[in-house]
Design a protein around this ligand. Structure first.
Ligand SMILES: Cc1ncc(COP(=O)(O)O)c(C=O)c1O
Length: 404
């Protein structure tokens, strides 16, 4: 596959200039861009059939409810879940994880253990830390190697009959490591633990099959898979979701209310209190249609080739260090110069039209592990090209010149 000019044309923003230079967008791990089909789906809804969902008997409400529920069906089919009841719309991966932590987390008892890896995004650490503090649970860290891979032997040793939940990222946002989640899920299940996968960084790079993975929960982030911001989804096995208490309370999540008692709604609505982000859900449905038309076998090869090219070119810049060297990598390369702060790198390359991310990437524990406070991170999508990489490399050479 080549990132054909047609693929790039699907994403109108890629045509624009930044600082009088053609935009080179290499900040896809922070947020991917939207294809025209998603933009059109959202604007069609806003212009032609906006109305609240599930409530009205009028035509507009029927149209928006149908579109809303059809997005749920698209996600269910796309990730190969068993039922729409297993798909809960959320604000994003962060909220998806928080639902599991605050609701499922209530079943844990003092002394129970929750395991998270050292490479997690703060979204997959802090909710667990919070529930551990509240309920006197133990938060156990799964260590990683200098290459940036989970040490599987250590993971196996740490698992025990007190392990109630394992929370791991599918792909690290700081290093790009693709974790061997299928194997880890299997090992965790053997000890009776439940597994939640943070899929925020995976969905735009690979096809996900939750049935094949056998994960218990999978957190999705719309804006990292070509959909709008403020929307995401949580997949959860029905038998687990069924037994969990609601996360928020109010309209939508009830069947009946009186001052003595409230009867909660059935799945998935039990977890969708209040008026949802209807336009976001419709945009997410359109993003799933877009993903359905991609050939992920080709995309994987194309992106790997691009990452290898990026890594080769980066290593030719003297004084530049790449952080982590995982064997299986997707989407992301983090790097730094010894004597130049990451923010300076980001600011200077921006002048050349290049968008990269600099900072701790909401993953401070991994920064601590590598004893750095910040890195620069280039992250790709299938619409990036070798030319994008060349422009980045040229801009990084300018950074070096300025600081030499
Ligand atoms: C690995 C990972 N998990 C979770 C999140 C949070 O996702 P969201 O913005 O959808 O809440 C991010 C965002 O950067 C991420 O990279």
């Amino acid at each position: 596959m080549n990132s054909s000019s047609q693929t790039r044309k699907d994403f109108p923003i890629l045509e624009r200039n930044i600082n009088n230079k053609p935009l080179v967008y290499l900040d896809n791990a922070a947020s991917t861009q939207r294809p025209l089909s998603v933009i059109n789906a959202v604007s069609n809804y806003e212009m032609n059939y906006h109305s609240n969902v599930h409530r009205g008997v009028h035509k507009l409400s029927e149209l928006s409810t149908n579109a809303f529920e059809s997005s749920r069906n698209k996600i269910k089919n796309y990730i190969n879940a068993e039922s729409e009841r297993e798909i809960i719309f959320t604000r994003g991966a962060t909220e998806s994880i928080n639902i599991v932590a605050s609701s499922f987390g209530q079943s844990f008892k003092s002394g129970d253990e929750i395991m998270v890896s050292q490479m997690e995004h703060h979204s997959n650490i802090v909710p667990w830390q919070n529930i551990c503090k509240k309920n006197n649970l133990k938060l156990i860290m799964i260590p990683i190697s200098k290459d940036g891979e989970i040490i599987l032997d250590e993971f196996a040793k740490l698992l025990n009959s007190n392990t109630k939940l394992v929370a791991i990222t599918h792909v690290s946002n700081a290093l790009g490591t693709i974790n061997p989640i299928k194997k880890m899920i299997h090992q965790a299940h053997e000890k009776g633990a439940v597994v939640i996968i943070d899929g925020a960084q995976a969905m735009s790079h690979m096809k996900i099959d939750v049935t094949e993975l056998d994960c218990d929960f999978y957190a999705m982030s719309g804006h990292k898979m070509f959909a709008p911001t403020g929307i995401g989804a949580l997949y959860g096995k029905e038998k687990l979701l069924d037994g969990m208490p609601p996360y928020q309370f109010g309209g939508e999540m009830i069947l009946s209310v009186n001052f003595k008692e409230t009867i909660y709604n059935e799945l998935p609505y039990k977890f969708e209190a209040g008026t949802p982000n209807i336009s976001g859900v419709i945009g997410l449905g359109a993003a799933i249609d877009y993903l359905n038309n991609l050939n992920f076998d080709d995309i994987k090869k194309y992106e790997l080739n691009l990452l290898n090219y990026l890594s080769e070119k980066l290593l030719q810049i003297s004084g530049l260090k790449i952080i982590g060297k995982p064997k299986n990598r997707s989407g992301v390369i983090s790097f730094m110069f010894d004597n130049i702060h990451a923010h300076d790198i980001g600011t200077i390359v921006d002048k050349e039209g290049v968008a990269i991310r600099t900072g701790h990437h909401c993953a401070q524990p991994i920064m601590d592990f590598y004893e750095v406070s910040a890195t620069a991170r280039a992250s790709i999508a299938h619409y990036n090209t070798k030319n994008d990489i060349d422009v980045l490399i040229e801009a990084l050479n300018k950074v070096k010149e300025i600081f030499s």
